[in-house]
Design a protein around this ligand. Structure first.
Ligand code: FE2
Ligand code: FE2
Length: 254
């Protein structure tokens, strides 16, 4: 069996963009007809300039100004949902490291730089893998974040990381392709380490519970929406009307 080539954990892999072989491996490995069709459409490479687009403020990304519809009827919809979250995280940390808040320690700067690199790789991975089936670049809105404030930056970071963990946990059960499930597992474990690292510098419990929450798509979108200027509409959500891990959600994402 071919194996999906996911950037490894070495520092030299940080920030490396996926090449055509990465994308081919991702899609071939899934073994589905839909993936094969995607391969044909998947001919664009991520570029550094796309990172700048990820920082576009409210309403400034023409491609996304009309809103985005994510159809969760199949794996590609779920992967697009993950792509949306990774776009949000990558844009946030990119802005954080552009000018650290006052008093940021070397340790905090190192952690935030490392997380930023991971998030950019996650975002570029989904962009490359989804190709023409991917949603456009979203416009973000960080007007509620004070990037000069340690509490604001780290508080937002831990909220995003906990949200990411609960999002992957909640979404993975709906993936039909075992290959995608493996990828989700490889990413959620990193998201959980991000959450732990930020929680640690904030003096919070590194892992408040023995079980992390599994959020519904609706729970995730409700929490992420204030930071995303592009309007996102979910279609065919398998969790519509479900409660999800509400109590845990409130406790974890505060
Ligand atoms: Fe991520
Ligand atoms: Fe993360």
């Amino acid at each position: 069996m071919d194996h999906l080539h996911v950037p490894d954990d070495g520092d030299n892999a940080f920030g490396r963009h996926l090449d055509a072989t990465d994308r081919r491996n991702f899609l071939r490995w899934s073994g589905s007809a839909a993936a094969a069709a995607l391969l044909v459409a998947c001919d664009r490479s991520p570029t550094e300039s796309s990172e700048a687009l990820g920082l576009s403020q409210a309403g400034s990304t023409a491609a996304a100004s009309g809103g985005v519809r994510i159809d969760l009827k199949d794996d590609f919809g779920i992967l697009n949902f993950a792509y949306a979250l990774e776009q949000l995280e990558a844009a946030f940390y990119t802005q954080v490291i552009r000018g650290f808040y006052g008093g940021a320690t070397q340790e905090e700067q190192r952690i935030l730089r490392d997380i930023k690199q991971h998030e950019v790789v996650h975002r570029e991975f989904f962009q490359a893998a989804l190709g023409g089936a991917g949603i456009p670049r979203l416009a973000v809105n960080f007007s509620a974040v004070d990037f000069g404030s340690r509490n604001s930056v780290l508080g937002t970071a831990v909220a995003f990381e906990d949200l990411g963990v609960g999002a992957y946990n909640g979404a993975a059960q709906f993936l039909r392709d075992g290959g995608y499930l493996l990828v989700a597992g490889k990413i959620v474990s990193v998201e959980a380490r991000h959450a732990s690292a930020i929680r640690d510098v904030l003096g919070r419990s590194f892992a408040p519970k023995a079980f992390d929450p599994a959020f519904t798509f609706e729970q995730v979108l409700r929490r992420a929406a204030p930071f995303i200027a592009t309007n996102i509409t979910l279609v065919n959500s398998p969790t519509a009307g479900r409660a999800g891990d509400q109590a845990l959600a409130e406790e974890m994402v505060s």
